[in-house]
Ligand binder design. Structure first.
Ligand SMILES: CC(C)(COP(=O)(O)OP(=O)(O)OC[C@H]1O[C@@H](n2cnc3c(N)ncnc32)[C@H](O)[C@@H]1OP(=O)(O)O)[C@@H](O)C(=O)NCCC(=O)NCCS
Length: 168
């Protein structure tokens, strides 16, 4: 995995990242959005905003984008110390250390970010790989949102809220 590199996302990554999330969403129980609910325009907009106000990075191996992750600040003044985390390792690249590399960069950035005190995320209860990754990086469970996600087969699963707190 020594040719794995993490760089800032650029607007020109939007279509590829959108397609990767759409593909990931074909497996129920990973992401919240359904495949038809992604648009490259919204990826462009988020990359643009987070380039100025947060962090949006991609992982590249041998010049190919294999994952992405972001930290998004809350816009309300009373919540400005709270950021939201999203991470997606692209299909066919799972279990090869990409998620770990992305999380390492996100948390290094978070520790150095003035005013960032807390990172929040939501993860589907059945997504044990992601929950294990977050725990490994110091996230703790804060709550359980019952019946939050409706799967295509008509069943519901819970979302787990997790958080990371910046060291004092
Ligand atoms: C969750 C996700 C980000 C993990 O990334 P990854 O690149 O596959 O994970 P890594 O290879 O870097 O492994 C890092 C850690 O994740 C956990 N993990 C990853 N794959 C795992 C597996 N098959 N079984 C158990 N734990 C696993 C482990 O804690 C692992 O650390 P370890 O190897 O020291 O035990 C990735 O699976 C993913 O993007 N999934 C699809 C999208 C998604 O679910 N996003 C999160 C939505 S909340």
């Amino acid at each position: 995995m020594n040719d794995l590199a993490i760089r800032n996302a650029s607007i020109t990554d939007a279509v590829l990242l959108c397609n990767a999330e759409r593909e990931t969403a074909r497996t129920p129980g990973l992401l919240i959005s359904r495949p038809s609910e992604f648009s490259s325009k919204s990826f462009e907009e988020k990359i643009d905003v987070l380039t100025r106000e947060g962090l949006y990075v991609v992982a590249e191996r041998s010049g190919l984008v294999v994952g992405h992750a972001l930290l998004e600040p809350n816009r309300l003044e009373s919540l400005a110390h709270v950021y939201s985390l999203t991470i997606v390792v692209h299909p066919n690249n799972l279990g090869q250390g990409v998620g770990q590399a992305l999380m390492t960069v996100l948390l290094e950035w978070a520790r150095a970010r003035p005013g960032l005190l807390k990172i929040e995320l939501r993860v589907r209860e059945t997504n044990s790989h992601a929950r294990r990754l977050y725990e490994k990086f110091g996230f703790v469970e804060e709550g359980r949102l019952e019946k939050r996600i409706l799967l295509p087969d008509g069943t519901f699963i819970a979302d787990i809220t997790m958080a990371w707190f910046a060291p004092d």
